[in-house]
Design a protein around this ligand. Sequence first.
Ligand code: N01
Length: 503
Amino acid sequence: GRVEPPADSQGAPTPHFRVAVIGTGFSGLGTAIRLKQQGIDDFVVFERAGEVGGTWRDNSYPGCAGDIMSLLYSFSFAPNTEWKTTFATRDELLAYLKDCTARYGVREHILFDHEVTGAEWDEREGRWHVQAGGRAFTAQVLVAGAGYLSDAKLPDIDGLDSFTGELFHSSNWNHDVDLRGKRVAVIGTGSSAIQIVPAIQPEVGQLHVHQRTPGWVLPKNDKVIGKLQLALRRGVPGYQKFRRGFNKWGREIVAFWLARPKAATKTLQGMAEKNLRKNVKDEALRARLTPDFTVGCKRMLFSNDWYPTLEKDNVELVTDGITRVEGNTVVTADGTRREVDVIVAATGFSATDRPIAHRIRGRGGVSLAQTWAEEGMTAYVGSTVAGFPNLFLILGPNTVLAHSSVTLTIEGGINHTLDALKAMDKRGLSTLEVKPEAQTAYNTRLQERFDGTVWAPGGCQSWYIGEHETNPSVFPTYSWRFLKQTKKVDLTAYTATTGVATP
Ligand code: N01
């Protein structure tokens, strides 16, 4: 029989939805748009902040921009002809996501200031109980689009929490702090730091860049989109799609080289070495900026102004590790004490220990984080996990494309979710749960693909690789393979049930 919705504390029935989506970044918004396009209107999107945009809302640091061509770093089903430059700035990307929200009518489905604090699978009712924004909801299907670069990681440095100046993370920039003339320490030299440092250097007094591991840097071939390009994009049907496809397939060729350490060393590393030689004349500085890991093992960095900025008079590259912070002073391993007014921690995210995984509880009340801690961080096609019926992850484990745009694996995850919903409708299924053996077989095959690649566990320290014997982050092969495996849900990999009525 029909399951009556349980009442909340006020006695009103708990709102129930066919689908509940977590997050309004590329993953959550993309899911919402595709749900609308598929004619599914019975869904809600929970957003912890007051606006859409995910990564591109949170990261507002000076210099923030994409480093994947904007034509490819956008939805294939929501094209934008108006990109101003090859690589969109953060403001443009955020405007694009806001525009998509309005254009496809998904804003009315979003509950802002509704952070998902818990989601538990109810075996008897065959649905998810979700707590968000202090309220209770139920949903037949839960789609987690919280991403892997959404929760800031501060470094574990003695005394940092009692720093007497201003401290903030790159993804939570404090725009109230006036940096003009200030002494600033930036910790980290990843993708975020290499955009921040050149952007703030002209205005700060002194800039200390704390580098633990130098990265391989390639030039960024950024251009303003000219009038002819714009006219072609606006006026010639199929042109935009062609350019996007050209970029996508070009990157597949890079994937072939990038994965193989010998080939990558010969080609990409050679290019990166040349870039370093060309831009850094000081030999001693160059030596300190030369990485000791195979190119591609950590995410490639793209910049034209990172190296030149490091040679400016008010910039110091610090390579002795930070041992502690005392009052307003950063102390490094060589005993040097640097007084600073501001510390910017460009130290990355909790990518392999995702906070959302602690909040989602499947069969028997076991959390996703617990499951992953015990059995390894895996999913079937990056999307579904045994023990978690009717849960679909967008950007689950092993969905990072080191050579291409994350929006491709996001679209793959969405395809898989939407096709599963279609199959459920068509066959009258109330639950779908991946079979443990299908999940294991998929991951055994996937992990074998890491053998002999630059992402093999142990190659370097990076969120690309994680800290275990298996790699939980990268998808080790071409994006077309990911899109192929997520195009249709393979019902033979799933246990399906019928008969649990949902309101
Ligand atoms: O973070 P990261 P990110 N003491 O984890 C260092 C995407 N992204 O925010 O290498 C000293 O890459 C750490 O050092 P090490 C992109 O996918 C894209 O920069 O671990 N240093 C490293 O240098 C990227 O991969 C764009 O030794 C410490 C840095 O902090 C992802 O976001 C722009 C430290 C962290 O680097 C994350 O990038 C920005 C410590 N205690 C970001 N702890 C685009 O352009 C950590 N570090 C699209």
